[in-house]
Design a protein around this ligand. Sequence first.
Ligand SMILES: CC[C@H](C(=O)O)C(=O)SCCNC(=O)CCNC(=O)[C@H](O)C(C)(C)COP(=O)(O)OP(=O)(O)OC[C@H]1O[C@@H](n2cnc3c(N)ncnc32)[C@H](O)[C@@H]1OP(=O)(O)O
Ligand SMILES: [Co+2]
Length: 138
Amino acid sequence: MNKIEHIGIAVSNLEAASSIYQKLLNTNVYKVEQVASEFVKTAFLQSGPNKVELLEGTSPDSAISKFIDKKGEGVHHIAFEVDDIKAEMERLKGEGFILLNDKPKPGADNKLVCFLHPKTANGVLIELCQERDNNYDQ
Ligand SMILES: CC[C@H](C(=O)O)C(=O)SCCNC(=O)CCNC(=O)[C@H](O)C(C)(C)COP(=O)(O)OP(=O)(O)OC[C@H]1O[C@@H](n2cnc3c(N)ncnc32)[C@H](O)[C@@H]1OP(=O)(O)O
Ligand SMILES: [Co+2]
């Protein structure tokens, strides 16, 4: 596990939240990306080594929409950068963590991702992120 790759924040309105975080971080959104498979629209900001991912649900069934319905807006997950997501998934499975997807899946910002259930990480949803290079076999 390398550095924190991003902090995911669940928001009800991506544009309004982007404007707030642009003021807060004194930088502009560098990428807006829809991840249809996750039913989310994301906006990324980076200041120094700190990356923030704002997420709006695009369907009532979206994990983000359900999170906001239940808990309101706020910090949704912590993503860690990994060099080899498959190896890390095997290691963490062996350590008793519950993986929410059994294969790496495409994420935003050119990553392959896997999520760990919050109940196996003291109530925190954890995301593993590996840079998605072109010749990655799914
Ligand atoms: C991939 C694009 C992008 C990227 O970076 O590349 C993203 O980050 S996409 C982010 C959105 N996608 C996901 O979050 C996928 C993984 N999440 C899930 O599979 C679900 O959200 C899950 C399993 C965490 C929760 O499922 P669900 O909401 O259907 O179940 P419950 O509401 O019953 O929740 C079960 C239990 O977990 C607690 N919970 C839910 N979400 C979170 C959270 N984000 N952080 C901490 N805890 C969470 C919830 O409160 C329930 O707890 P309980 O004590 O049983 O009430
Ligand atoms: Co994320």
